[in-house]
Write a protein that binds this ligand. Structure first.
Ligand code: PMP
Length: 298
């Protein structure tokens, strides 16, 4: 496939960095994850919330002393065009500190900007997943900024995910250092109790999530469901009526059990099913008044 790197569109094989790159040695950088959805006409691809993704990447770049090109949104679209994409697709914009100096310093002029595409149907290949509470705590925003998407911070996610898999679970839920529910390894969490949806704020050391924010708008404005943003305690997960994880990759993924406690009757709950359907309808361009969230590629 064609990948963008520092002003050039090249074959994947030619988009390389040095083994000495600080990005590789120290995990210095940040990234985004954006989805394009094939429309019902089988031709058009709708990029979901491109502006919000670019804004988050710009905020991350500012915090981490990286330079995001002014025309980054058009570069993302150009990567899709050059690859003649007419299918569901995932885009990965990546900003890295790409100097080969030994010390882990952050200098804007060392920035490399990379964008690659990846055909992607399902990120989680199950209808409802079994999750555990991780023994790893979520990295604090005040240590490695978890509100952004810092490359090095994903060691935290990878450890939790590996532990979950080792123990026979599909995914891990992080608690914060103070024991509140934070997020999954790459997803935010919502619970339903007595018909009300709850999700913890990003001050619980989780990513400033675009799917999460979009869903809050969709459930309150379009579906008319009550929602409250507030801290969630561990045991609340065990007796919630429904639990689901959300994210660009995960979309809306129902949780079957938490630490082997079955949620509701197991499987997908009725509110989760409504939220999931509406979200995917919006992504595929079937909801007229949400078309402003989509950027057409063609
Ligand atoms: N949390 C983490 C740690 C993630 O990596 C992701 C994936 N980007 C999410 C949550 C979901 O965020 P978003 O909806 O912005 O993709």
């Amino acid at each position: 496939m064609i990948t963008y790197i520092d002003g050039k569109y090249v074959d994947d094989a030619d988009a390389t960095v040095s083994v000495r790159s600080k990005a590789l040695n120290y995990g210095l950088g940040c990234f985004g994850g954006v989805r394009g959805y094939l429309g019902d006409d089988g031709q058009q691809v709708h990029v979901f919330r491109l502006d919000a993704h670019i804004k988050r990447l710009r905020d991350a770049a500012n915090v981490l002393y990286l330079k995001l090109p002014e025309d980054s949104a058009s570069i993302l679209l150009e990567v899709l065009k050059r690859n003649e994409i007419h299918q569901d697709i995932y885009l990965r914009p990546l900003l890295i500190h790409n100097s080969t100096q030994l010390t882990p310093v952050l200098l804007e002029d060392d920035t490399s900007f990379i964008v690659y595409a990846l055909p992607l149907q399902r990120y989680i290949d199950k209808d409802a997943i079994d999750v555990c509470i991780s023994s790893w705590r979520r990295v604090r925003d005040n240590a490695i900024p978890s509100r952004l998407k810092p490359t090095g911070g994903y060691l935290n996610s990878a450890l939790a995910r590996r532990e979950a898999k080792n123990n026979g679970y599909d995914e891990a839920i992080f608690l914060t250092e103070s024991g509140m529910v934070s997020e999954g390894s790459a997803e935010h969490i919502f619970i339903v109790r007595d018909g009300v949806l709850y999700s913890p704020p990003s001050t619980e050391d989780n990513l400033d999530g675009i799917t999460r924010r979009s869903l809050i708008t969709l459930v309150t404005e379009d579906l008319g469901l009550p929602f409250q943003e507030r801290g969630i305690g561990r045991t609340e997960l065990y007796f919630a009526d429904e639990v689901f994880l959300v994210g660009t990759g995960a979309q809306v993924t129902p949780v079957n059990s938490v630490d082997r406690r079955l949620i509701g009757g197991g499987g997908i709950g009725p509110i989760t099913a409504r939220v999931q359907k509406h979200y995917l309808d919006v992504c595929r361009g079937r909801v007229e008044h949400r078309m402003s969230w989509l950027t057409p590629v063609w």
